[in-house]
Design a protein around this ligand. Structure first.
Ligand SMILES: [Zn+2]
Length: 79
């Protein structure tokens, strides 16, 4: 995929924990994709859905090839 100039701009999956946190494998995966795409995009979005209902169960990070930072945490809002 990378050889053809195609890059993934985001990855997502679920975790069996209420408030998800990226595992060491998740971090390595995000870093690999971010570095592979660095010439064309400035970062890769990495989302994990935990076991508590959305939006609180969703956490989003961005890996810019150097670090994985929490981008946004969607908190419960009045509906
Ligand atoms: Zn994971």
């Amino acid at each position: 995929m990378f050889d053809r100039g195609l890059h993934c701009v985001g990855l997502w999956h679920t975790h069996p924990e209420s408030s998800p946190a990226p595992s060491s494998e998740d971090r390595a995966l995000a870093r690999d994709h971010a570095r592979a795409a660095a010439s064309q995009v400035s970062g890769v979005v990495f989302a994990i859905v935990g076991t508590i209902p959305l939006p609180a169960g969703l956490k989003v990070w961005v890996d810019n090839g150097r670090e994985l930072r929490l981008a946004q945490r969607l908190l419960d809002t009045p509906q």
